[in-house]
Ligand binder design. Structure first.
Ligand SMILES: [Zn+2]
Length: 381
């Protein structure tokens, strides 16, 4: 196997195992060949931790990926046509022996203009700043001693618009500092790290997360009380009835969930809408807080969400009982990760000047985008 590819597999497995970094399997990695002609990038449909020498990646012609960004006619297409066109061209840029319909990451173009190794993740520690009103200023303070400052990328619709924005910002950065940025913070989205070697990229991830974590608070683990099985069943029945008789309802309770439930400000923290495209796509926004005596009102509350143009919640935090997630067996663990990280991000974003959420327009784009390029909500990033 080519050395670059084996290093890509190694870094993908390392970061992919850590759910605090990826959230529901999100994130992607890439490496460029020594001659700069090719880029190996994570394929969609395989989680980072499952990448191997045989599967989980595609090899692209770098020049063809960069051409997508330069083509003015793509930029002029309307949203849904544009994202389909981008995916079509990414497939055309593939140059390998991979069979079947395996698509390169829809975020391939984000990687193309950066250094040799690129790791893109959605870490809760970074998103605590990325979803906070003063997040940018706080990050600037934290990283003020860096020789080359991190690049802040204000929110852009995922896919093509984000890639365009990054292309422009990276160009400006290179003119100013004569190097490509090594750390990019993506508002309400995540982190991009680029480095000349695999080990430098991994070190950089660790360093950035450690620095971000230094100003954040974690859950003070709460004791998990035994919950009466009758209460669990009662909540499950109520949620199933409110969300559709056939729905599968999964139950989770641990010290993090117990700690969050016990907070006096839970209702307020969850009253803010979706923080990131991930939270919107996987969980339709934040979990719904339900009082023990409100079980019969869930249906009414869901209707009210729909009236407001919001998709109904799929996670329910029931007082004294725990967390309930509606969905398939495959989806529930990913939703759980998103919900758990969202608790952490919300608590910390409040401390960093307040929670900043996706606007209605930004949410609409994500839903449209999902319908075309992200239909299966599979591990993608
Ligand atoms: Zn992403």
């Amino acid at each position: 196997m080519e050395k670059n590819l084996s290093e890509l597999v190694k870094i993908s497995r390392t970061v992919g195992k850590n759910s605090l970094l990826t959230q529901g399997g999100g994130g992607n990695t890439s490496v460029k060949s020594d001659d700069g002609k090719f880029m190996y990038i994570k394929a969609s449909g395989t989680a980072l931790k499952d990448m191997s020498s045989k599967k989980g990646w595609r090899r692209l012609r770098l020049e063809k990926v960069l051409e997508i960004m330069k083509d003015k006619s793509t930029a002029k297409l309307d949203i849904s046509a544009r994202e389909i066109e981008v995916v079509r061209r990414l497939r055309l840029a593939c140059d390998d022996n991979v069979k079947g319909q395996v698509r390169p990451s829809v975020e391939s173009h984000l990687h193309a203009m950066l250094d040799k190794f690129v790791i893109h993740l959605h870490p809760a520690a970074v998103l605590s700043y990325g979803c906070a009103k003063n997040g940018r200023q706080e990050l600037e303070k934290l990283f003020k001693d860096e020789k080359f400052p991190p690049l802040w990328v204000g929110y852009a619709d995922p896919g093509f618009m984000l890639a365009m924005k990054i292309t422009k910002l990276v160009g400006g950065y290179q003119r100013k500092f004569k190097v490509k940025p090594a750390i990019l913070f993506l508002e309400k989205h995540g982190l991009l790290i680029s480095a000349k070697s695999a080990s430098a990229a991994l070190r950089s991830i660790q360093r950035v997360i450690k620095k971000c974590d230094s100003k954040l608070v974690n859950f003070k683990s709460a004791k998990v009380k035994r919950v009466n099985q009758k209460d669990i069943n009662r909540a499950k029945i109520a949620i199933r009835k409110a969300t559709g008789q056939k729905a599968l309802v999964h139950y989770f309770f641990d010290s993090d969930i117990a700690a969050f439930l016990r907070r006096g400000d839970v209702r307020e923290l969850l009253s803010f809408g979706a923080l990131t495209p991930d939270e919107l796509l996987y969980a339709n926004g934040p979990a719904m807080r339900v009082g023990k005596n409100e079980l019969e009102k869930i249906e009414e509350k869901l209707c009210r969400q729909v009236e407001k143009g919001i998709k109904g919640a799929v996670a329910f935090l029931v007082e004294d009982t725990g967390l309930f997630i509606v969905g398939t067996k495959q989806m529930a663990p990913a939703v759980l990760e998103i919900v758990r990280n969202s608790f952490f991000i919300r608590i910390n974003a409040v401390r960093l000047g307040g929670i900043s959420v996706l606007s209605k327009k930004q949410q609409e784009f994500v839903y449209n985008w999902e319908a075309d390029a992200f239909r299966k909500k599979i591990a993608e990033g």
